[in-house]
Structures are given as structure tokens and as C-alpha cells.
Design a protein around this ligand. Structure first.
Ligand SMILES: [Zn+2]
Length: 201
């Protein structure tokens, strides 16, 4: 209780964000109070516009300003190679290495039976559709190198190799530290782990 309803409300809203506890929310709210009105307006409109203008690419599931994202529309990219990631943010990381020339597919999570996340909760059907329709030659499984990411990769490998035996299924190499998440890995490591990917099976 700060004795200001607006302050308390801002703290409450910020606390709902991931990784923001109440102490941090109070600190951020104090900071916002000290910012200029213009900076606060810019911040709030950027959040509003993000929600209003951003959508998920109908093809790969990454975030986009249009129905189909720029990566999927890029004619210079190799559409026969698809790198499968858990979340759109993993794409930003791989793209920052600047060396991957294929396309992506966002699963929207990973298999976690204990949390009730099953294949039906992931964008697997649309991946199979792309393999069938776009003449895909290689699927690179770049799910996180931990138990659930590996489980997801093995599940997808079995599913894809059984249905489409002409498609090569590879897994990113273990240049990534065990249990390390893609988001904590630097660009060189991600690049190496992509280059040194191995065929599964
Ligand atoms: Zn796309």
C-alpha cells in the first residue's frame, strides 16, 4: 500500500509480467514517475502498438507485422531447409549470427507431459504440411538442449523420419552447454552448434 491508487495499480500490472517480482515492480514504478511525460507516452504507445500491430506469421509462427513474415517471403533463403525452434525469440538469436540461410518453424513450446503439454499443443501439424507442400529436404531440430527439448526433438525425429524418409532430420550439436538455454548462448556458439549439426537416428 503506497496510499496512491495509481501507483499501486502500476505496481500490480508490472508484477504480472514474467520475472518481475513486487520489489522490482515498485522500483520500476518509481522510475516511471521520474521519467518525462514524453518518455512515458513513448513507452506506453510502443507496448500498445506491439499488441495492436504484431501478429504471428501464418507460415512459420514467428512474429510479424504482416500475415507472412519477411523471412518466409525472402526469395534468397533456402526454403528446403527448416530450422525448428521452440519460441520466436530463438529465431532472433540464430538470425543474429547472420549465417543461417534457411527458414524457420516455431513450435510454440516443447513437450512437457508433466505440465500437460502434448503434441496437440504444439505447431506440429503445420510443420508436416510445410514438409509436404514445400519440398523440404532437411529439418534441423533446434529445440533447447535439455530433457524436454531433447524429448521434443526425438518425438519429431521419429514422426518425420517415419512419414517422409527422404527428409534428413538433424539436431543441433552440443556446442551448447548441457542444460543451457538457447537464449543464454552467444552467437558463435549457436553458429557452431548449427554448423556441426548431426543427422539423427
Ligand atoms: Zn514466417
Amino acid at each position: 500500500m503506497s496510499y496512491s491508487k495509481s501507483f499501486d495499480r502500476c505496481v500490480r500490472e508490472l508484477s504480472r509480467l514474467p520475472g518481475i517480482g513486487k520489489k522490482t515492480a515498485i522500483r520500476l514504478s518509481m522510475h516511471l514517475l521520474k521519467m518525462s511525460m514524453k518518455d512515458v507516452e513513448d513507452l506506453s504507445s510502443s507496448i500498445y502498438n506491439l499488441k495492436r500491430d504484431t501478429r504471428f506469421c501464418l507460415k512459420c509462427g514467428s512474429i510479424s507485422d504482416e500475415d507472412i513474415c519477411e523471412i518466409c517471403l525472402d526469395k534468397n533463403r533456402d526454403n528446403t531447409v527448416i530450422c525448428v525452434v521452440e519460441e520466436a525469440k530463438d529465431i532472433f538469436l540464430i538470425e543474429s549470427s547472420g549465417k543461417f540461410g534457411g527458414l524457420y518453424h516455431v513450435l510454440g513450446g516443447r513437450l512437457a507431459p508433466l505440465d500437460g503439454i502434448t503434441p496437440d499443443d504444439l505447431r506440429i501439424g503445420s510443420l508436416l504440411k510445410r514438409i509436404e507442400e514445400d519440398g523440404v529436404k532437411e529439418i534441423i531440430l533446434a529445440t533447447n538442449p535439455d530433457v524436454e527439448g531433447d524429448t521434443t526433438a526425438i518425438y519429431l525425429y521419429k514422426l518425420i523420419s517415419k512419414r517422409y524418409n527422404s527428409v534428413k532430420v538433424t539436431r543441433i550439436a552440443t556446442g551448447v552447454p548441457i542444460g543451457g538455454y538457447l537464449e543464454y548462448v552467444d552467437e558463435i556458439t549457436i553458429l557452431k552448434s548449427l554448423e556441426n549439426r548431426r543427422e539423427m537416428g
